[in-house]
Design a protein around this ligand. Sequence first.
Ligand code: ADP
Length: 431
Amino acid sequence: MLNSYSGFRLFFRLALLLTLFMCVGALLGHIAIVTLLGTIGLLAWHYRQITRLNFWLWKDKKLTPPQGQGSWEGVFNGIYRLQGKNRRRVGQLATLLARFRQGAEALPDAAVVLDAELNILWCNKLAQLILGFVWPQDSGQRIDNLIRHPDFSDYLKKADFKEPLEMPSPVSDKRLLEIRLMIYGDRQLLLIARDITRIHQLEGMRKDFVANVSHELKTPLTVLQGYLEIMQSMEEDDSPNQKPLSLMQQQTLRMQSMVEQLLALSRIEDAVDIDLSKTVNMKLMMDILKEEAKALAGDEYTLAFNCEAGLNAHGSEIQLRSACSNLISNALRYTAPGGVITVTWRSVATGGLFSVKDTGVGIAPQHINRLTERFYRVDDARSSKTGGTGLGLAIAKHALSHHHSELNVTSEYGKGSTFSFIIPLHLLDRQ
Ligand code: ADP
């Protein structure tokens, strides 16, 4: 209770001094005057201590405080201790910041920290290299004043950062960047930019390679197919060569259909900028699809086509037809004869719904997410038997993505599946 900084100790000290002044005053016979002079002296001493403290706090460069006396000793030492603590904290924060910056510099991507008003707070060296920032001159500048590409301004305006943005680098048109923005903390933004020129080039090379090889394979396969037909017709019906020849013909036909599908896929992949102002007459398209389906189904399936009148879509007729006809031919191929296939085109709250429902083999849940991958087949044996190439749904997925839509699959193993997609409202045309 009576430690050196306690209030009681201060009070006892004051009381002691006053008693001392009064005793001396009593001895000299002037209690009031001696007590008053003693109190004035005490105040003057305290005033001097305050002046020393002020001088040390504001003028003196020394780190250690002046030697405090009496009740001021605790105050001086306390301030010194607080200062020490703060210095240690600042040191720790500086180390942390340095470590964070070293980490951000080691990132393989350009990183830029922005505040809520899109002003640049910090960027790493790679950002200066691929985004052309000059540091520290560009600190505090709005990022859209420095990156002046219209796509980037639209991206910022929309403020929907779920998908990355691809745009040419502000430093060189030949370099392609992938930009991602992430909101964190108190509405701060982290921009990450990655150079994807090489990936883009490789992707282009892959597409060209597939398209060229498929194209080059077309002619030899047609020649092969033609000669096989002639050879087969020249053989007697009971000739032992008939079986191998017909097997060879089957396989060439399969290869031909795979080449056709590969070409169709690369054509659709390339046609990103389709004319979305064109109207596709869906009634007409459904009639053609119905005729095709009838030809494939023969009398073995029950087909039901329901089409809402006057409901049309905008986009590419070839691509939409390719997507729909792949879904219908799949429904027929993966449904045993006697099954029911229902094809529907009608309006729903979010747009125009196209769906193909079958009563076929169904798909186990673990396969559903992978169906649109190239060459993915649930059951290789069944797929080859039915003439499948594993490309039909990949084609449908690409065609639909060009129409701002995606494929939905619901299925119950052994009972049947429904493949559907919704053409969004802005691509619908009602008459
Ligand atoms: P494929 O040419 O092999 O049919 P797709 O890309 O069209 O290739 O389909 C991929 C796989 O999805 C198929 O191999 C098949 O296993 C499965 N599939 C597609 N449609 C259906 C369906 N209607 N019912 C059951 N399985 C299906």
